[in-house]
Design a protein around this ligand. Structure first.
Ligand code: PHE
Length: 432
């Protein structure tokens, strides 16, 4: 049964049967702080990007925020509508009705704006935040319930700093060109279809300011992309910018890079909406700026050649012993342990308790809580409706496989038994 209070990193939080869906195995990941480990791929990557960005402008760095935030910080303050799917219990880990594990580092934008606003002794041009973020998701080689993100933002005070924007962009462009020349690299910006902009500029910014802000943002992020490709010895870099939307930026974009024959989306970004700056106590019309959120795990997996995301969480010396501060070594696989497939099939009850559909992520969560990193993937392999009874049947195939050791048959049997029992206990399914 669910305890009345959860103690997380020394603080107590009330729970509720209706809202709490975070499990102990997820909470156990909240104090790993891979981004602070200087010899871990995530920590190495974080340091490389931070160092590059700080060579361009002074950014105040925040790397120690607790992952527990309010619903207001994570969603409302940023302008997420009440019905946004990201808020649902199938996607987000709730501690209770008002408290959750942050799903992105943007949850801290307002407090960082307020902090650099008050910290007037320094001339910070913006901030960088690195932290773990939590999302309920499927289980496979590239999905894990915890990810690392780096958030960045750059601001200009009107008119003192905006008057200098053009010169700053020129300087960024020459930094980028020097990187290309010195390393004999090329950068191609691919635009398959000419996408019309989906969002217009904000009323409080001029056309000129909007254009300059966009160029500054894009050039800064292109420098980061080039720096990573340089360290990986890639010579011909292909990337593209696509239009998108976020509730707190306008206009908004995504960066994709061409890597291993596919487009990889690595970063969302945009020009910060005035509403967010007002909530952060900036004086009306005083400030303009951009923000981005970069996913570190996928990039680390590609840079370091890590084939399974669970390896990032391994404490095995054969993994962690391979990486050193400041270097991008290619991971040398130490062994491959065999996997064992097991199916679990069940009929869904006609009407689930409290009338909720069981979500695929709920099945994933049970497997994750029972077997943790001993599972390589979970896939829905069959789904059908009985013609007479109209009952729905689902079959999931679980691949039990550890990164670090052999799992015995009896160990797998007992894990599988627990998964089956939990499905019955929690969702009242009828096992087949
Ligand atoms: N938080 C967004 C995400 O996780 C990324 C983002 C950050 C977008 C900052 C715009 C500005 O997808």
């Amino acid at each position: 049964a669910l305890p009345k209070l959860l103690t997380i990193n020394g603080k107590e939080y009330p729970t509720s049967n209706k809202d709490t869906n975070v499990t102990q195995s997820i909470l156990n990941l909240t104090n790993r702080n891979l981004h602070l480990n200087p010899n871990h791929p995530i920590g190495i990557l974080r340091t490389i990007i931070e160092t590059k960005l700080n060579s361009l402008s002074p950014y105040k760095t925040f790397n120690n925020f607790s992952p527990i935030v309010t619903k207001w910080q994570n969603f409302d303050s940023l302008g997420f509508p009440p019905t946004h799917p990201g808020r649902s219990k199938s996607d987000t880990y709730y501690i209770n009705d008002t408290t959750l594990l942050r799903t992105h580092t943007s949850a801290h934008e307002i407090e960082c704006f307020q902090d650099i606003n008050d910290d007037s002794g320094h001339n910070w041009r913006g901030f960088l935040i690195s932290a773990d973020v939590y999302r309920r998701d499927e289980i496979d080689k590239t999905h894990y319930p915890v990810l690392y993100q780096m958030e960045g933002s750059h601001l200009w005070t009107r008119p003192r700093e905006t008057s200098n924007m053009e010169a700053e962009i020129k300087s960024l462009q020459s930094t980028l060109n020097e990187m290309l020349i010195n390393n004999k690299m090329t950068l191609t910006r691919c635009q398959d279809e000419v996408e019309p902009p989906t969002e217009t500029r904000q009323d409080y910014m001029t056309e000129q300011e909007t254009k300059l802000c966009e160029m500054h943002l894009k050039t800064t992020l292109e420098i980061v992309v080039l720096e990573l490709c340089r360290l990986k010895n890639m010579k011909d870099v292909k990337m593209r910018w696509t239009n998108t939307t976020f509730p707190w930026t306008q206009p908004s974009w995504e960066i994709e890079i061409w890597w291993d024959n596919q487009w990889l989306e690595i970063c969302g970004c945009g020009i910060i909406k005035q509403d967010l700056l007002l909530k952060s106590d900036f004086e009306k019309d005083s400030t303009i700026g951009w923000a981005f959120g970069l996913g570190l795990d996928r990039i680390a997996m590609l840079l370091f050649g890590i084939p399974d995301i669970r390896l990032l969480w391994s404490n095995d010396k054969r993994f962690i012993g391979q990486f050193v501060e400041g270097q991008i070594n290619t991971f040398k696989p130490y062994s491959k342990y065999p996997g064992t497939l097991r199916d679990v099939a069940f009929w869904l009850p006609d009407i689930l308790q409290d009338n909720e559909e069981i979500h695929e992520n709920d099945v994933m969560e049970i497997v994750r809580d029972v077997a943790g990193d001993l599972v390589e993937s979970v896939k829905l392999t069959d789904e059908f409706i009985h013609p007479k009874t109209h009952k729905r049947s689902l079959c999931y195939r679980i691949n039990y496989q550890s990164m670090d050791r052999n799992i015995t048959n009896s160990e797998i049997n007992s894990l599988q038994e627990k998964v089956r029992n939990e499905l019955v206990k929690k969702y009242h399914v009828e096992l087949r």
